[in-house]
Design a protein around this ligand. Structure first.
Ligand code: IPE
Ligand code: IPE
Ligand code: MG
Length: 247
């Protein structure tokens, strides 16, 4: 068990390994994505139970558009079905849903379903759930720069006012504290263009577990690992009694 001080406020997850999980079972990749969807729904419930405030899940990257069109279609069909099913659950658990990413590439029908789900849960505050769809960290930073440049162009913001603190507010998660804990399943140790700006000081946890197998026990193992990290943010460790270590 972890005490609340050692509980990450924001957990960001790359849910990877659906295809390999299906392959191990000699089933089509879509079978893995369906199981992965169920694992995501279970994680949302577990994170809420553990008291995580912000949960960000990488569901579809800007690079995933390069997959075969049938797989892309299947992924979006699954997302649409999950939305229909899940909104009641989110409301019951007081979870606010938001999508981040370049949604202009999605079908108008899906975009409408996403916006409706966001609106229905807009009053919830038990946990903030961000789903990254058609999302890329570089897209996010470029988009922030574009919006900033527009304000400068219009004379609303002097260029010298652009600092890391003002810049971050233009990012998709500009109102959310940076992830404390980053989890990637599926055995790869890479960030794959997820929250590039926001992960600057996150604790990075890589698991060999394939995403559909990532259950509450696996999540608790990640939380326990996080609780043992000493976060220094470039400074020197603060002694527990608060006294100064300098002579
Ligand atoms: C993650 O699983 C789901 C998405 C990227 C949409 P993958 O589909 O990447 O599964 P692997 O990595 O091929 O096993
Ligand atoms: C990252 O997984 C994206 C998501 C989980 C949505 P990928 O499977 O697309 O990443 P790579 O190809 O291994 O870098
Ligand atoms: Mg993958």
């Amino acid at each position: 068990m972890t005490d609340s001080a050692a509980l990450p406020r924001h957990v960001a997850v790359i849910m990877d390994g659906n295809g390999r999980w299906a392959q191990q079972r000699r089933r089509p990749r879509a079978f893995g994505h369906k199981a992965g969807q169920e694992a995501a729904e279970a994680l949302i419930r577990t994170a809420r139970e553990r008291g995580v405030r912000h949960l960000t899940l990488f569901a579809f990257s800007s690079e995933n558009w390069q997959r075969p069109p049938e797989e892309v279609q299947q992924l979006f069909r699954l997302l649409a079905l999950a939305l229909e099913r899940q909104v009641g659950q989110l409301l019951e658990n007081d979870i606010r849903l938001r999508f981040i990413g370049d949604l202009s590439r999605l079908s108008p029908a899906l975009r409408k379903a996403m916006a409706d789900a966001e609106a229905q849960t807009a009053h919830c505050e038990g946990m903030y759930l961000n789903i990254a769809v058609s999302y890329g960290g570089r897209w996010d930073i470029a988009e922030a720069a574009r919006r900033l440049a527009l304000e400068v162009e219009r004379g609303e913001l002097p260029a010298h006012a652009i600092t890391p603190e003002t810049f971050r507010r233009y990012l998709a998660l500009g109102d959310t504290p940076d992830p404390d804990l980053f989890i990637r399943t599926g055995g790869e140790s890479r960030v794959s263009n997820f929250l590039l700006w926001n992960l600057a000081y996150s604790e990075l946890y890589f698991s060999d577990c394939l995403w559909p197998d990532f259950d509450a026990q696996q999540f608790d193992a990640a939380l326990a690992w996080y609780a043992k990290r000493q976060r220094r943010f470039g400074t020197v460790p603060v002694p527990v009694d608060g006294s100064s270590a300098s002579a």
